[in-house]
Design a protein around this ligand. Structure first.
Ligand code: GDP
Length: 365
Protein backbone atom coordinates (compact mmCIF):
# COMPACT_ATOMS: atom_id res chain seq x y z
CA UNK A 1 0.00 0.00 0.00
CA UNK A 2 1.07 3.57 -0.55
CA UNK A 3 2.12 5.39 2.57
CA UNK A 4 2.93 8.93 3.63
CA UNK A 5 5.85 9.43 6.00
CA UNK A 6 5.69 11.92 8.86
CA UNK A 7 8.96 13.76 9.39
CA UNK A 8 10.10 16.82 11.32
CA UNK A 9 12.78 18.05 13.68
CA UNK A 10 12.63 16.97 17.35
CA UNK A 11 9.99 18.68 19.52
CA UNK A 12 7.78 19.92 16.71
CA UNK A 13 4.85 17.66 17.60
CA UNK A 14 5.41 14.59 15.42
CA UNK A 15 4.76 12.03 18.15
CA UNK A 16 1.71 13.93 19.32
CA UNK A 17 0.32 13.91 15.80
CA UNK A 18 1.21 10.27 15.27
CA UNK A 19 -0.50 9.39 18.57
CA UNK A 20 -3.61 11.12 17.31
CA UNK A 21 -3.39 9.02 14.15
CA UNK A 22 -3.06 5.69 15.95
CA UNK A 23 -5.73 6.58 18.52
CA UNK A 24 -8.13 7.61 15.77
CA UNK A 25 -7.01 4.37 14.14
CA UNK A 26 -9.17 2.36 11.82
CA UNK A 27 -10.99 -0.66 13.22
CA UNK A 28 -8.48 -3.29 12.34
CA UNK A 29 -11.16 -5.97 11.89
CA UNK A 30 -12.09 -4.21 8.66
CA UNK A 31 -8.55 -4.12 7.35
CA UNK A 32 -6.98 -7.49 8.10
CA UNK A 33 -4.43 -7.10 5.33
CA UNK A 34 -2.93 -3.88 6.60
CA UNK A 35 0.59 -3.75 7.92
CA UNK A 36 1.09 -4.42 11.60
CA UNK A 37 4.04 -2.23 12.41
CA UNK A 38 4.33 0.10 15.40
CA UNK A 39 5.55 2.85 13.10
CA UNK A 40 2.52 2.59 10.85
CA UNK A 41 -0.79 4.21 11.73
CA UNK A 42 -3.87 3.24 9.77
CA UNK A 43 -6.66 5.78 9.53
CA UNK A 44 -10.04 5.79 7.88
CA UNK A 45 -10.38 8.22 5.00
CA UNK A 46 -13.17 10.68 5.78
CA UNK A 47 -15.64 10.85 2.90
CA UNK A 48 -19.06 12.48 3.20
CA UNK A 49 -20.31 10.51 0.18
CA UNK A 50 -20.19 7.30 2.17
CA UNK A 51 -22.76 8.65 4.62
CA UNK A 52 -25.09 9.62 1.75
CA UNK A 53 -24.77 6.20 0.15
CA UNK A 54 -25.51 4.58 3.49
CA UNK A 55 -28.73 6.60 3.84
CA UNK A 56 -29.71 5.59 0.33
CA UNK A 57 -28.92 1.87 0.46
CA UNK A 58 -29.41 1.22 4.22
CA UNK A 59 -26.84 -1.57 4.38
CA UNK A 60 -26.04 -3.71 7.41
CA UNK A 61 -22.57 -2.25 7.55
CA UNK A 62 -20.59 0.70 6.20
CA UNK A 63 -16.83 0.52 5.77
CA UNK A 64 -14.65 3.50 4.87
CA UNK A 65 -11.39 3.00 3.06
CA UNK A 66 -8.11 3.27 4.93
CA UNK A 67 -4.81 5.03 4.56
CA UNK A 68 -1.38 4.52 6.13
CA UNK A 69 0.95 7.00 7.76
CA UNK A 70 4.48 6.01 8.72
CA UNK A 71 6.23 7.68 11.62
CA UNK A 72 9.81 8.48 10.67
CA UNK A 73 11.62 9.73 13.73
CA UNK A 74 15.18 10.85 13.97
CA UNK A 75 16.10 13.61 11.58
CA UNK A 76 18.67 16.08 12.84
CA UNK A 77 21.04 18.47 11.16
CA UNK A 78 23.80 16.41 9.56
CA UNK A 79 21.62 13.36 8.85
CA UNK A 80 22.97 13.08 5.30
CA UNK A 81 26.45 12.77 6.85
CA UNK A 82 25.20 9.99 9.08
CA UNK A 83 24.68 12.14 12.21
CA UNK A 84 22.12 10.88 14.72
CA UNK A 85 20.00 8.18 13.15
CA UNK A 86 20.87 9.76 9.83
CA UNK A 87 21.28 6.84 7.49
CA UNK A 88 18.45 4.86 8.97
CA UNK A 89 16.23 7.89 8.76
CA UNK A 90 16.99 8.45 5.10
CA UNK A 91 16.42 4.81 4.21
CA UNK A 92 13.00 5.00 5.86
CA UNK A 93 12.11 8.05 3.82
CA UNK A 94 13.16 6.21 0.69
CA UNK A 95 10.38 3.71 1.36
CA UNK A 96 7.51 6.17 1.64
CA UNK A 97 5.58 7.62 -1.29
CA UNK A 98 4.97 11.13 0.02
CA UNK A 99 6.36 13.23 2.84
CA UNK A 100 4.37 15.12 5.47
CA UNK A 101 6.73 17.51 7.18
CA UNK A 102 5.56 18.71 10.59
CA UNK A 103 6.65 22.27 11.26
CA UNK A 104 6.51 23.87 14.68
CA UNK A 105 4.40 27.01 14.59
CA UNK A 106 3.48 27.07 18.27
CA UNK A 107 5.41 29.19 20.71
CA UNK A 108 5.61 27.42 24.06
CA UNK A 109 8.44 28.50 26.32
CA UNK A 110 8.25 25.25 28.26
CA UNK A 111 9.14 23.22 25.22
CA UNK A 112 12.67 23.54 24.01
CA UNK A 113 13.29 24.17 20.38
CA UNK A 114 16.30 22.34 18.98
CA UNK A 115 17.86 25.48 17.53
CA UNK A 116 16.88 27.79 20.38
CA UNK A 117 13.88 29.59 18.92
CA UNK A 118 10.78 28.91 16.89
CA UNK A 119 11.70 29.53 13.28
CA UNK A 120 9.67 27.39 10.88
CA UNK A 121 11.50 28.37 7.70
CA UNK A 122 14.90 27.59 9.12
CA UNK A 123 13.49 24.24 10.38
CA UNK A 124 12.12 23.41 6.94
CA UNK A 125 15.42 24.36 5.34
CA UNK A 126 17.38 22.12 7.71
CA UNK A 127 15.31 19.10 6.73
CA UNK A 128 15.06 19.90 3.04
CA UNK A 129 18.80 20.47 2.84
CA UNK A 130 19.54 17.08 4.41
CA UNK A 131 17.31 15.44 1.84
CA UNK A 132 18.90 17.40 -1.00
CA UNK A 133 22.41 16.50 0.16
CA UNK A 134 21.49 12.83 0.32
CA UNK A 135 20.13 13.06 -3.24
CA UNK A 136 23.24 14.90 -4.39
CA UNK A 137 25.34 12.06 -3.09
CA UNK A 138 23.21 9.43 -4.88
CA UNK A 139 23.33 11.34 -8.14
CA UNK A 140 27.09 11.93 -7.97
CA UNK A 141 27.74 8.24 -7.39
CA UNK A 142 25.50 7.28 -10.27
CA UNK A 143 26.97 9.95 -12.53
CA UNK A 144 30.51 8.66 -12.03
CA UNK A 145 29.46 5.25 -13.33
CA UNK A 146 27.17 6.49 -16.09
CA UNK A 147 29.79 8.93 -17.47
CA UNK A 148 32.25 6.09 -17.88
CA UNK A 149 29.70 4.04 -19.78
CA UNK A 150 28.67 7.05 -21.87
CA UNK A 151 32.27 7.48 -22.98
CA UNK A 152 32.11 3.91 -24.26
CA UNK A 153 29.06 4.97 -26.31
CA UNK A 154 26.56 3.05 -24.22
CA UNK A 155 23.20 4.32 -25.56
CA UNK A 156 21.30 4.25 -22.28
CA UNK A 157 24.11 5.90 -20.39
CA UNK A 158 24.33 8.62 -23.04
CA UNK A 159 20.64 9.36 -22.54
CA UNK A 160 20.91 9.35 -18.76
CA UNK A 161 24.04 11.46 -18.35
CA UNK A 162 22.57 14.89 -19.20
CA UNK A 163 19.63 14.24 -16.88
CA UNK A 164 21.96 13.39 -14.02
CA UNK A 165 23.96 16.54 -14.69
CA UNK A 166 20.78 18.62 -14.54
CA UNK A 167 19.77 17.01 -11.28
CA UNK A 168 23.22 17.50 -9.82
CA UNK A 169 23.08 21.20 -10.69
CA UNK A 170 19.67 21.56 -9.08
CA UNK A 171 20.86 19.88 -5.89
CA UNK A 172 24.00 22.01 -5.81
CA UNK A 173 21.71 25.04 -5.98
CA UNK A 174 19.78 23.55 -3.04
CA UNK A 175 16.69 22.96 -5.16
CA UNK A 176 14.65 19.79 -4.58
CA UNK A 177 14.02 17.27 -7.38
CA UNK A 178 10.34 18.26 -7.20
CA UNK A 179 11.21 21.59 -8.80
CA UNK A 180 12.90 19.99 -11.84
CA UNK A 181 10.74 19.29 -14.89
CA UNK A 182 11.02 15.87 -16.50
CA UNK A 183 9.78 14.38 -19.76
CA UNK A 184 7.98 11.03 -19.49
CA UNK A 185 11.12 9.18 -20.54
CA UNK A 186 13.22 11.06 -18.03
CA UNK A 187 10.64 10.33 -15.35
CA UNK A 188 11.22 6.62 -15.89
CA UNK A 189 14.94 7.06 -15.23
CA UNK A 190 14.27 9.33 -12.24
CA UNK A 191 12.03 6.68 -10.66
CA UNK A 192 14.92 4.22 -10.75
CA UNK A 193 17.15 6.65 -8.87
CA UNK A 194 14.99 6.49 -5.71
CA UNK A 195 15.55 10.13 -4.89
CA UNK A 196 14.08 11.66 -1.76
CA UNK A 197 13.33 15.15 -3.01
CA UNK A 198 11.17 14.11 -5.95
CA UNK A 199 8.59 12.72 -3.55
CA UNK A 200 5.59 14.97 -3.12
CA UNK A 201 5.79 17.07 0.06
CA UNK A 202 3.15 18.52 2.29
CA UNK A 203 3.81 20.89 5.19
CA UNK A 204 1.89 20.37 8.40
CA UNK A 205 1.90 23.61 10.39
CA UNK A 206 1.45 22.70 14.05
CA UNK A 207 -0.15 25.68 15.83
CA UNK A 208 -1.12 26.08 19.48
CA UNK A 209 -4.54 25.26 20.89
CA UNK A 210 -5.20 29.00 21.35
CA UNK A 211 -4.59 29.69 17.68
CA UNK A 212 -6.32 26.80 15.98
CA UNK A 213 -9.58 28.79 15.60
CA UNK A 214 -7.80 31.60 13.78
CA UNK A 215 -4.59 30.10 12.45
CA UNK A 216 -4.16 32.58 9.59
CA UNK A 217 -3.26 35.24 12.18
CA UNK A 218 -0.24 33.18 13.12
CA UNK A 219 2.87 34.80 11.64
CA UNK A 220 4.66 31.46 11.40
CA UNK A 221 1.82 29.99 9.36
CA UNK A 222 2.10 32.91 6.92
CA UNK A 223 5.79 32.21 6.46
CA UNK A 224 5.20 28.51 5.89
CA UNK A 225 2.51 29.30 3.32
CA UNK A 226 4.84 31.61 1.42
CA UNK A 227 7.59 29.02 1.45
CA UNK A 228 5.28 26.22 0.35
CA UNK A 229 4.01 28.24 -2.58
CA UNK A 230 7.53 28.50 -3.97
CA UNK A 231 8.07 24.82 -3.29
CA UNK A 232 4.83 23.83 -5.07
CA UNK A 233 3.69 22.17 -1.87
CA UNK A 234 0.49 22.28 0.14
CA UNK A 235 0.04 23.41 3.75
CA UNK A 236 -2.30 21.82 6.28
CA UNK A 237 -2.83 23.47 9.66
CA UNK A 238 -3.29 21.31 12.72
CA UNK A 239 -2.99 21.57 16.45
CA UNK A 240 -1.45 18.21 17.23
CA UNK A 241 -2.48 18.44 20.88
CA UNK A 242 -6.11 19.10 20.04
CA UNK A 243 -6.06 16.24 17.53
CA UNK A 244 -4.71 13.92 20.19
CA UNK A 245 -7.54 14.86 22.56
CA UNK A 246 -10.12 14.61 19.82
CA UNK A 247 -8.97 11.15 18.77
CA UNK A 248 -10.50 9.77 21.98
CA UNK A 249 -13.96 11.16 21.25
CA UNK A 250 -16.81 9.56 19.34
CA UNK A 251 -18.24 11.24 16.23
CA UNK A 252 -20.94 13.21 18.06
CA UNK A 253 -18.56 14.50 20.74
CA UNK A 254 -16.02 15.34 18.08
CA UNK A 255 -18.58 17.44 16.23
CA UNK A 256 -19.40 19.41 19.37
CA UNK A 257 -15.74 19.89 20.15
CA UNK A 258 -15.07 21.25 16.66
CA UNK A 259 -18.05 23.61 16.95
CA UNK A 260 -16.71 24.93 20.24
CA UNK A 261 -13.38 25.61 18.60
CA UNK A 262 -15.17 27.17 15.64
CA UNK A 263 -13.62 24.93 13.01
CA UNK A 264 -15.33 22.92 10.29
CA UNK A 265 -13.08 19.94 9.87
CA UNK A 266 -10.36 18.53 12.06
CA UNK A 267 -6.81 19.15 10.91
CA UNK A 268 -6.15 15.44 10.94
CA UNK A 269 -9.06 14.75 8.59
CA UNK A 270 -7.76 17.48 6.26
CA UNK A 271 -4.30 15.95 6.44
CA UNK A 272 -5.61 12.47 5.60
CA UNK A 273 -7.46 13.75 2.55
CA UNK A 274 -4.57 15.94 1.40
CA UNK A 275 -2.06 13.07 1.68
CA UNK A 276 -4.48 10.80 -0.17
CA UNK A 277 -4.76 13.31 -3.04
CA UNK A 278 -1.03 13.92 -3.03
CA UNK A 279 -0.45 10.25 -3.68
CA UNK A 280 -2.83 10.30 -6.64
CA UNK A 281 -5.35 8.08 -4.89
CA UNK A 282 -9.07 8.05 -5.51
CA UNK A 283 -12.11 6.22 -4.19
CA UNK A 284 -14.74 4.04 -5.75
CA UNK A 285 -17.69 2.49 -3.92
CA UNK A 286 -19.50 -0.79 -3.75
CA UNK A 287 -23.06 -0.47 -2.50
CA UNK A 288 -24.98 -3.61 -1.58
CA UNK A 289 -27.52 -4.32 1.14
CA UNK A 290 -24.89 -6.21 3.11
CA UNK A 291 -22.25 -3.56 2.91
CA UNK A 292 -21.58 -0.11 1.55
CA UNK A 293 -17.88 0.31 1.22
CA UNK A 294 -15.23 2.68 -0.09
CA UNK A 295 -12.14 1.31 -1.87
CA UNK A 296 -8.91 3.03 -2.75
CA UNK A 297 -7.39 2.90 -6.22
CA UNK A 298 -4.71 4.81 -8.04
CA UNK A 299 -5.99 7.41 -10.50
CA UNK A 300 -5.71 5.98 -13.98
CA UNK A 301 -6.37 2.37 -12.99
CA UNK A 302 -8.68 0.32 -15.22
CA UNK A 303 -11.75 -1.60 -14.08
CA UNK A 304 -10.11 -5.05 -13.71
CA UNK A 305 -7.26 -3.64 -11.59
CA UNK A 306 -9.79 -1.83 -9.44
CA UNK A 307 -11.70 -5.08 -9.00
CA UNK A 308 -8.39 -6.58 -7.92
CA UNK A 309 -8.29 -4.17 -4.99
CA UNK A 310 -11.17 -6.17 -3.49
CA UNK A 311 -9.78 -9.58 -4.36
CA UNK A 312 -7.28 -10.91 -6.88
CA UNK A 313 -9.94 -13.38 -8.11
CA UNK A 314 -12.08 -10.42 -9.15
CA UNK A 315 -9.28 -9.17 -11.37
CA UNK A 316 -8.43 -12.54 -12.87
CA UNK A 317 -12.02 -13.42 -13.70
CA UNK A 318 -13.18 -9.90 -14.57
CA UNK A 319 -15.99 -9.79 -17.14
CA UNK A 320 -17.67 -6.42 -16.84
CA UNK A 321 -18.48 -3.73 -14.32
CA UNK A 322 -21.91 -2.24 -13.83
CA UNK A 323 -21.06 1.38 -13.15
CA UNK A 324 -22.93 4.48 -12.08
CA UNK A 325 -21.39 7.72 -10.95
CA UNK A 326 -22.01 8.78 -7.36
CA UNK A 327 -23.77 11.95 -8.49
CA UNK A 328 -26.10 10.12 -10.89
CA UNK A 329 -27.00 7.60 -8.22
CA UNK A 330 -27.76 10.28 -5.64
CA UNK A 331 -29.74 12.36 -8.17
CA UNK A 332 -31.89 9.46 -9.33
CA UNK A 333 -32.31 8.21 -5.78
CA UNK A 334 -31.86 4.47 -6.22
CA UNK A 335 -30.08 1.86 -8.29
CA UNK A 336 -33.36 0.92 -9.99
CA UNK A 337 -34.14 4.54 -10.82
CA UNK A 338 -30.58 5.05 -12.10
CA UNK A 339 -31.02 2.04 -14.39
CA UNK A 340 -34.35 3.31 -15.70
CA UNK A 341 -32.78 6.68 -16.40
CA UNK A 342 -30.04 4.96 -18.41
CA UNK A 343 -27.35 6.10 -16.00
CA UNK A 344 -25.96 2.66 -15.29
CA UNK A 345 -23.28 1.68 -17.78
CA UNK A 346 -21.75 -1.70 -18.52
CA UNK A 347 -18.03 -1.08 -18.68
CA UNK A 348 -15.34 -3.46 -19.95
CA UNK A 349 -11.68 -4.17 -19.39
CA UNK A 350 -10.44 -0.86 -20.79
CA UNK A 351 -12.62 1.38 -18.65
CA UNK A 352 -10.64 3.87 -16.57
CA UNK A 353 -12.40 4.09 -13.24
CA UNK A 354 -13.27 7.56 -11.95
CA UNK A 355 -13.32 8.89 -8.43
CA UNK A 356 -16.83 8.39 -7.03
CA UNK A 357 -17.86 5.55 -9.35
CA UNK A 358 -20.22 3.05 -7.76
CA UNK A 359 -19.19 -0.34 -9.13
CA UNK A 360 -20.67 -3.78 -9.31
CA UNK A 361 -18.19 -6.26 -10.74
CA UNK A 362 -19.17 -9.33 -12.72
CA UNK A 363 -16.55 -12.00 -12.82
CA UNK A 364 -15.91 -15.72 -13.46
CA UNK A 365 -14.63 -17.77 -10.59
P1 GDP B 1 8.38 15.32 18.45
O1 GDP B 1 9.71 15.31 19.09
O2 GDP B 1 8.38 16.09 17.19
O3 GDP B 1 7.76 13.98 18.32
O4 GDP B 1 7.46 16.19 19.42
P2 GDP B 1 6.36 15.76 20.48
O5 GDP B 1 5.12 15.33 19.80
O6 GDP B 1 6.96 14.84 21.47
O7 GDP B 1 6.07 17.17 21.13
C1 GDP B 1 7.06 17.86 21.84
C2 GDP B 1 6.38 18.65 22.93
O8 GDP B 1 5.55 19.64 22.31
C3 GDP B 1 5.46 17.80 23.81
O9 GDP B 1 5.61 18.27 25.14
C4 GDP B 1 4.08 18.12 23.28
O10 GDP B 1 3.10 18.02 24.28
C5 GDP B 1 4.23 19.54 22.80
N1 GDP B 1 3.29 19.84 21.71
C6 GDP B 1 3.08 19.12 20.59
N2 GDP B 1 2.12 19.70 19.85
C7 GDP B 1 1.72 20.79 20.52
C8 GDP B 1 0.76 21.81 20.29
O11 GDP B 1 0.04 21.78 19.28
N3 GDP B 1 0.66 22.81 21.22
C9 GDP B 1 1.45 22.83 22.34
N4 GDP B 1 1.31 23.82 23.23
N5 GDP B 1 2.34 21.88 22.59
C10 GDP B 1 2.48 20.89 21.72
Amino acid sequence: ALTAGIVGLPNVGKSTLFNAITKAGAESANYPFCTIDPNVGIVEVPDARLQKLTELVEPKKTVPTAFEFTDIAGIVKGASKGEGLGNKFLSHIREVDAICQVVRCFADENITHVSGKVDPISDIEVINLELILADLESVEKRLARVSKMAKQKDKEAMAEEPLLIRLKEAFENEEPGRSVEFTDDEMKIVKGLHLLTVKPMLYVANVSEEEISDPEDNEYVKLVREYAEKDNAQVIIVCAKVEEEMAELDDEEKKMFLEELGIKESGLDQLIRAAYDLLGLATYFTAGVQEVRAWTFRQGMKAPQCAGVIHSDFERGFIRAETVSYNDLIETGSMTAAKEAGKVRLEGKEYIVKDGDVMHFRFNV
